[in-house]
Design a protein around this ligand. Sequence first.
Ligand code: ATP
Length: 335
Amino acid sequence: MDVLNRAEDIGEEIVLSIDGLSKRYYKTKKMTFALKDISFRVRQGEIVGLLGANGAGKTTIIKCLTGLVKYDSGEITLNSFKIPEQQKHALNDVAIVLEGNRNLYWRLTVMENIRYFLSLRKMGKPDEKSIDEMLKRVSLHNDKHTLVEKLSRGMQQKLNIAIALLCKAKLIILDEPTLGLNIIANHEIVKLLQEIKLQENSILVASHDMSLIESIVDRVVLIKNGGMLVDTDVKSLRQLFTSTAYRMCVENKHNTTLQRIIDDITSKYGSIVIDGTNENMWQFIINIYDKSSRENAIELMSYFLANDIDIEKFERETPDFQHIVSRLLSRELES
Ligand code: ATP
């Protein structure tokens, strides 16, 4: 398992702890590992993003920790209770918003759904004032008596999150909360989750939506083919890459065939990525993983000078979050 950095668990309440989780599935009589030795923690007030390509195992992790599927080995502790043995107690303080539209009763109104889910929590008579305030906060106060089936997907998702907040869940688990939403609804959900970030709830969110993950999470757990790739805080992830990435812009003043230069460069400096061209201006990014990237950058400068190609810009690159994650997923990290 490659782990960039695992923070110490000193003095912070652990809400969710997953240790050595493994899960096998049988597809057409062939056994495959959906999860292999997954371990990570979610602390009180922390927002952890679960990231990975399609089929990486994100939903399986959520299903295992909510007791929806049985796992083969490992240990899951949720709110100090073991899953699946003490599942009922463990899930008392947890709100789960699964992928898709299965979380609400479509034939019930907004208010009926809220009342129903609060009654399941045995929270006593719902406090109408808090419900009204929450509905205002998610802009659903004019739809109190609207059937859920008549709400847009974004409105349904906001209702899901509102119910999770009204239940005062210690841990909110979200599987792809922005999937299938239009830009405006997506923005509203991100804003809502950013607001929750300021509260005490812990959140575990599985998503492909990099802008969502980037704007709300404290830690990233990156999984690849069912195994752990990275468990680190967002700041460390950025710092690691900022210190080893370089961007270079050169001017193609002799109008040399781009392909020839690309072939020449990649055969000599395999770790260099050609990021884009702009008329006569080419941009190169030196591979962010390569330990010798600095030396390569300097050598590449000599190459351009020798070939009478002017270097317009040479700067340390701050790759965006999406860039970092896709690079991590596209190759194994060096240990
Ligand atoms: P996505 O982002 O596409 O939803 P994911 O990261 O959530 O993917 P999972 O749904 O957890 O991935 O799937 C992990 C692996 O387990 C995949 O190879 C998938 O095909 C397999 N898998 C999931 N559910 C089953 C099942 N019920 N039977 C057999 N294999 C399954």
